[in-house]
Structures are given as structure tokens and as C-alpha cells.
Design a protein around this ligand. Structure first.
Ligand code: GBH
Length: 532
């Protein structure tokens, strides 16, 4: 590359940077950064940032992915039991979660691993059918209650705070038989379940997450292969679930507020997943395609809860209504909220749970939409196969995207406290996982920049995941654990990977180790070429 191209590129980056900062007041550090960029000086200041005193570190798992014990002690069948048993071919290695990491029997060992990591929190989920085998509160399984009491008490004995997800995808099959999340009746089922959990565990659990990733749950109703319950109704079925899940979340929040908060003094939030979407080209079509994709994947769920106006993002709501009309539907495929529902949902949060892994590029749609959904978000999403990536093909290491999405959330939702409830990288079964170490080092550096330079209110960070586990349709091939699990050994031994040692060091020293080189900020290193 010629020197003048380089300079041009540098200039462009600087201008991009400046315009990204437009929404905030100019600050002296920005001028410094700008000068540094123009002079091609590497900025190393972030290397020495420490996490704020009241920050928290966590590691996470979910029930179906680690527990096993799928039919033990009175547990009911869930939609993932059904899918993996009936359609093993939908899972990359034909596996299932029948035994998984066997945490149903090995939870004491897991708690010791957490103690060894030194984390302040453990985020785990409760299996709905392990507590309520038929989904309804008419039949309560004591063995399930006992199991989660043991985990909670075990954590507290070591000074680790439980953060409990009520729903991480393992719906009781009995409720799916009624239509699952497409049925608005689920709001009531979820209310009853949530109230029971507060009653049973709320004297000791202070941090609650209602639903993990409603976007991904909705995709199970949109014909995405290998995602339970495998209902193929894109643009209709999945949209019904959005309204149900958002209302169910709000109901669980309000039950806590009315009946428990005064005495239990805990917090209730939701965990929403979102990539950063970077505009492919610097033109208005691609910029709005990227924005629309974020609104479609995050805004549909977050706007009703976290925005000051409530309801779905107005542009998208209008767009879907228009499309529906043109297709001959009598009303929008996206079921609307009443005014009453809008105010009931708005503000039902104590924190914003963010699951973030990667960055994808977006551009104005090129192809004919393959289904109603694609027409609604009207964008093409692409990634660059030459970027560093984990054993999950979608998971590219793009640290700067993390900072950008944190900034987006700050701007759109008035800087709520964000607890990063998932972030992580997959390997293929190695113990020397340098790529994961690099991923965490670089993502945490970008998170610190978001906090110190951009003023994002990030209050905690969670590594996904504590253990290698059942990676949904990826089976046991995509391993996200800080700890390796040998799935061919019936005793499921756990072994620390290199990343577990580094994470422990970060938690102990309260900063990112300085010995790792700085990531280059050049987006050109990793630019997209192929459609997903
Ligand atoms: C999280 O979702 C889940 O909460 C967690 O259970 C899971 O173990 C973790 O991801 C790691 O995957 O298969 O190419 O179509 C994160 C959001 C959405 C990321 C679905 C992967 C599948 C892409 N995930 N996406 S692909």
C-alpha cells in the first residue's frame, strides 16, 4: 500500500471517530486521541485502567446446557429434550443434554471452580420443568427445589452472589403443547412460575433475570433449523412470541415490585443479546440498514422496556405494518401493545443484561427477501471469513464492536446500568486456548474504553461460560468453557484452560494484564466479503 493511501485511511478513521463522538461534548482526551491518531501514535493509556471498585465479575451456565439428569427425580420434559430425542440430526454431533456436564450431580465441584476463579457472581438458570414438571404451579417437584437450594446455599457459603435466570430456553413441553410463547396465556404461566421462584429462593437471591435472549427464542418459531420448538412461521409466529415474552417479563418484574421488593430488596432485569452491526459502506443506505438491524434484533425487545416512550421502535413498527398491509394482512403481523400495556411494560428494569459476542456488517438488501422477516429488517448481513474466529463459524473476534454497542445502548436508553451477562469464545477442545485469552483481553479493554472514555455505565462482566457444555445445535463441538470437560469420561472431569488462569488473574488484580500486545484499531484488517 502506498504511503498516501495509508495517510488517507488514517484521516478517514479520524473523521469517523470524530463524527462518532458528535453526540457528546468535546473533551480534552478526544483532542489528544485525535492528535495521537493523526500522528500514528499507539494509545496505551487503557492498558492501565483498573475496574471500578464496585464492579463485579461473574461466570455463567444454563440448566439444559450443563445439568444433565434429564429425567431424574421427577423433572418434567422440556422442548430441548423433545427436539434432541426426536431429531438428533438437527444437532451437529447428534448429541443431547441428557447427561451434559452432569452438573446435576457435580454442582459442588462447580462451586469450587467458581471459588477458585474468585468471581463475585455465578449466573445460572433454573430449569422450569425441574421445579414445575407440567409447567403449571399445580405440581411442584421438591427434588428440584432441593437441588437449587443446594446451589444457592453453596454459593453463599463462599461469598458468591447467585444471579438467577428464570428461563434459558428449556420450556416445559406441556406448555409448548399449548402453543408455547405464541400463546399470550404464557404471560400468566410465567407470572405464577416467577412468583414461586421469588417465594422459594428470594430470601437469598438478589439478582434475577427473567428471560435469556428473547430474540433467539423467537427464532425457534421462525423456521430456524435446530432451535426448539422448531415451529416454521417466520414473520408471524415469531412476532407473536415477542409480545408474549415482553409482557411476561414485565409481569414478573411487577410481581416482584408489588409483593417482594420491599422485603427481599433484589433487582430484576432481562438478558438481551445483540451483535454490533457495522455499516458496510459509509453511505446512508448501509448506515440505516445497520441501524434497522439493531432495532430489529434488540429494539423490538428493549424499546418497550428501556426507552422513555415505551412501545416498539416507531420506524420499525410502521415498516412492519406497511409490509403486512401490502401483503394483504388485515393488521400488522407484529401484534401491537395497547396504551395500557405500553405503560405497564415501560420501566420494568433494574439493570440491562447484555449478551454480546461478535460484530457483523450490514448493507442495504441485495437479494429478494426469502421470507417475511427478511423483508421487515431489509438488510444483508455479512462477515469476513479471514477474521480471527472461534470454532463457531459466526464468532469473529472484533473487540471494537463491543465498545460501539455499549455506546449505542447508552445513547438510546439513557445510560442504564449494564451488567454484561454473557461474553465469550469457542474452541475445539484444547487446554492452551490462547485465542480465548486474546479475546477476553481485547474485549475487556474495549469495555473499559466504553466505561472511561464514553461514560457507559457498565456494572459487571460475565464470562460465558464456566464449563464446556451442550452448545445447542453445535452439540459438544463448540466449547465455550473456561474449564475443559471430558465428555467421553462418565465422571465428566473438569480441567482449567489457560483462559481460566488469566480470568482469575484479572479478577485478582482488578485490571487487564499489560503483557498482551494492543489490538490494532484498523477495521480494514477485518472487513467483510461474503453473505451469511
Ligand atoms: C448465547 O447466545 C446463549 O445464551 C448461550 O446459551 C450459548 O451457549 C452462547 O450463546 C454461545 O453460543 O448458528 O450461525 O446461525 C448468543 C447469541 C445467537 C449466537 C445465535 C449464535 C447462532 C448463529 N447466539 N447464534 S448460527
Amino acid at each position: 500500500m502506498l504511503l498516501k493511501d495509508l495517510e488517507h485511511n488514517q484521516h478517514e478513521q479520524a473523521m469517523k471517530f470524530l463524527s462518532a463522538c458528535e453526540y457528546e461534548e468535546a473533551a480534552p482526551w478526544r483532542v489528544f486521541l485525535l492528535v495521537a491518531m493523526l500522528m500514528r501514535v499507539t494509545v496505551v493509556a487503557n492498558n492501565t485502567f483498573r475496574f471500578p471498585q464496585n464492579f463485579s465479575f461473574s461466570a455463567a451456565t444454563s440448566s439444559y446446557q450443563v445439568e444433565g439428569g434429564w429425567n431424574e427425580d421427577g423433572k418434567g420434559v422440556n422442548i430441548w429434550d423433545s427436539e434432541t430425542h426426536k431429531h438428533p440430526e438437527l444437532i451437529s454431533d447428534f448429541s443431547n443434554g441428557d447427561v451434559a456436564a452432569d452438573s446435576y450431580h457435580k454442582y459442588t465441584e462447580d462451586i469450587k471452580l467458581l471459588k477458585d476463579l474468585g468471581v463475585q457472581f455465578y449466573r445460572f438458570s433454573i430449569s422450569w420443568p425441574r421445579i414445575l414438571p407440567n409447567g403449571h404451579v399445580t405440581l411442584v417437584n421438591q427434588a428440584g427445589i432441593h437441588y437449587y437450594n443446594n446451589i444457592i446455599n453453596g454459593l453463599l457459603a463462599y461469598g458468591i452472589q447467585p444471579m438467577v435466570t428464570m428461563y434459558h430456553w428449556d420450556l416445559p413441553q406441556a406448555l409448548q403443547n399449548l402453543g408455547g410463547w405464541t400463546n399470550i396465556y404464557m404471560v400468566e404461566c410465567f407470572e405464577d412460575y416467577a412468583r414461586l421462584l421469588y417465594k422459594l429462593f428470594g430470601d437469598r437471591v438478589r439478582w434475577w433475570i427473567t428471560i435469556n435472549e428473547p430474540l433467539i427464542i423467537s427464532q425457534g418459531y421462525a423456521g430456524e433449523k435446530g432451535r426448539a420448538p422448531n415451529i416454521n412461521a417466520p414473520g408471524t409466529g415469531d412476532y407473536l412470541t415477542i409480545k408474549t415474552m415482553v409482557l411476561a417479563h414485565a409481569r414478573a418484574y411487577r410481581v416482584y415490585l408489588r409483593e417482594f421488593k420491599d422485603t427481599q430488596k433484589g433487582k430484576v432485569g432481562i438478558a438481551l443479546n445483540i451483535n454490533w452491526y457495522e455499516a458496510y459502506a459509509n453511505n446512508s443506505e448501509d448506515i440505516s440498514a445497520a441501524e434497522r438491524t439493531i432495532q430489529y434484533e434488540l429494539g423490538l425487545y428493549a424499546n418497550p422496556i428501556f426507552s422513555t416512550t415505551g412501545d416498539y421502535p416507531p420506524d420499525l413498527k410502521e415498516r412492519i405494518a406497511q409490509n403486512s398491509k401490502a401483503e394483504g394482512f388485515r393488521r400488522s403481523r407484529l401484534p401491537s401493545f395497547t396504551q395500557q400495556e405500553i405503560s405497564y411494560i415501560r420501566g420494568t428494569w433494574d439493570f440491562f443484561g447484555l449478551n454480546h459476542y461478535t460484530t457483523v456488517w450490514a448493507l442495504a438488501a441485495l437479494r429478494e427477501p426469502v421470507d417475511l422477516r427478511m423483508k421487515d429488517f431489509g438488510a444483508e448481513r455479512i462477515q469476513d471469513p479471514s477474521c480471527p474466529r472461534g470454532s463457531s463459524k459466526w464468532l469473529m473476534t472484533v473487540p471494537w464492536g463491543f465498545r460501539k454497542i455499549l455506546r449505542w445502548i447508552k445513547q438510546k436508553y439513557n445510560n442504564p446500568p449494564v451488567f454484561v451477562t454473557e461474553c465469550g469464545y469457542s474452541d475445539d477442545g484444547r487446554l492452551q486456548d490462547e485465542e480465548r485469552v486474546k479475546y477476553y483481553v481485547e474485549y475487556l479493554r474495549e469495555m473499559l474504553k466504553a466505561m472511561y472514555y464514553d461514560g457507559c455505565n457498565v456494572i459487571g462482566f460475565t464470562a460465558w461460560t464456566l464449563l464446556d457444555s451442550f452448545e445447542w445445535r453445535g452439540g459438544y463441538r463448540e466449547r465455550f468453557g473456561l474449564f475443559y470437560v471430558n465428555f467421553s469420561d462418565p465422571t465428566r472431569p473438569r480441567i482449567a484452560k489457560e483462559s481460566a488462569r488469566v480470568y482469575k488473574e484479572i479478577v485478582r488484580t482488578w485490571q487487564v494484564p499489560t503483557r498482551y500486545p494492543q489490538y490494532s484499531y484498523d477495521t480494514q484488517e477485518c472487513s467483510p466479503t461474503i453473505p451469511l
